[in-house]
Design a protein around this ligand. Structure first.
Ligand code: UD2
Length: 311
């Protein structure tokens, strides 16, 4: 099968591309390389048609999606602070880019679109654990852009017969997540500091919790979303359904690493969600997806990878 992965040179996208190549798909990647890297696709470079371009450019999407049966739309400007600084620009990519993918899919006769949405759509209001039918209360342009895009994705199913699935990713971690920005995922930052023998800073008391899910599981959720019968605008959480505090996270990493400096503590980050945990029943019932990787195992694998690429 020929498939498109937008954002396929990024953190999550590149893992998905590898899995699709491994199962024999012909994969087209559309990525503007703004945060994605060619190096992320090094293992499959010969087998992938990498087209450098933005999802905000409809013509680029039309070219990339031609002949594709399924599109995995992973491309986004994934930084919440960037969307606060430059909402017009990020909206054009995160929201406008999704509409381009839907319309290009419709024009090209693509059968199915899988959309990478975010737990950000819930904001801080819904009681925990949070299910897909909980009220949404986006708190940032990023969350608004993902939510608006998600509505389009859902509605394009009944309106145009496009098969669509929106996956609300919780806190994804794993190899290739970039630790360099202060807004990078906390797991990548902690691993980076531990390998450098430096103390990371925990914002707040460290008792805030997140539902961490390994990137390999996120890939499996996407593959399940691509094959499930008649998804009809399905919206699904992708998480483990388990809360881990930042203190627990750091203690586990320190243990796996055979020791680490004591973490520093700083002021809580403005706008932070205190707790986050997903109900994962719908993913199990509708997609047959259950996250397999215990957080500790995922962290161990990540440390191994980070050590092997350090220096
Ligand atoms: C996640 C998503 C974000 C958005 C948001 C919606 C990631 C990487 N980001 O942000 O895209 O969907 O959820 O709610 O998945 N922290 C520290 N020290 C550090 C860095 C972070 O203590 O050096 C804390 C941070 O204050 C927060 C927690 O770690 O309490 C997780 O932070 P994050 O940036 O990894 O992810 P989050 O949940 O804010």
């Amino acid at each position: 099968m020929k498939v498109l992965v937008t954002g396929g040179a990024g953190f999550i996208g590149s893992h998905l591309v590898e899995a699709l190549v491994a199962r024999g798909d012909a994969v087209v990647v559309l990525d503007d390389l703004s945060t994605g890297k060619r190096a992320n696709l090094a293992a499959v470079a010969e087998k992938v048609d990498l087209q450098v371009g933005s999802v905000a450019d409809r013509a680029a999407v039309d070219r990339a999606i031609a002949g594709c049966e399924v599109a995995f739309h992973q491309a986004a400007i994934a930084s919440v602070p960037k969307t606060i600084e430059a909402p017009v620009e990020t909206n054009a990519v995160n929201f406008g880019g999704t509409l381009n993918v839907l319309e290009a899919a419709r024009a090209a006769g693509t059968r199915r679109v899988i959309f990478a949405s975010s737990a950000a759509v819930y904001g801080d209001e819904a009681p925990l654990p949070v299910a897909e039918d909980a009220p949404v209360a986006p708190l940032s342009p990023y969350a608004i852009e993902k939510l608006c895009a998600e509505h389009y994705v859902r509605v394009w199913a009944p309106l145009f017969g496009l098969e669509t699935v929106a996956l609300r990713y919780f806190n994804v971690f794993g190899p290739r997540q970039d630790p360099k920005s202060p807004y990078s995922g906390v797991v990548s930052i902690f691993v980076d500091r531990i390998l450098k023998g430096e103390a990371p800073t925990i914002f707040g008391d460290g008792e805030q919790t997140r539902d961490f899910v390994a990137v390999a599981d996120v890939v499996r959720a996407n593959l399940a979303a691509a094959t499930v019968d008649r998804p009809e605008g399905l919206v699904c959480n992708v998480a483990r359904g388990e809360a881990t505090s930042l203190n627990q996270l750091y203690a586990t990493l320190a243990d796996l690493a055979g020791g680490a400096p004591d973490a520093l503590y700083g002021p809580a980050r403005a706008g932070d969600v205190r707790h986050s945990r997903a109900v994962v029943d719908r993913a199990r019932d509708a997609l047959g997806f259950v996250a397999k990787t215990p957080v500790r195992d995922g962290l161990a694998a990540l440390l191994d990878w980070a050590r092997s690429t350090a220096g």
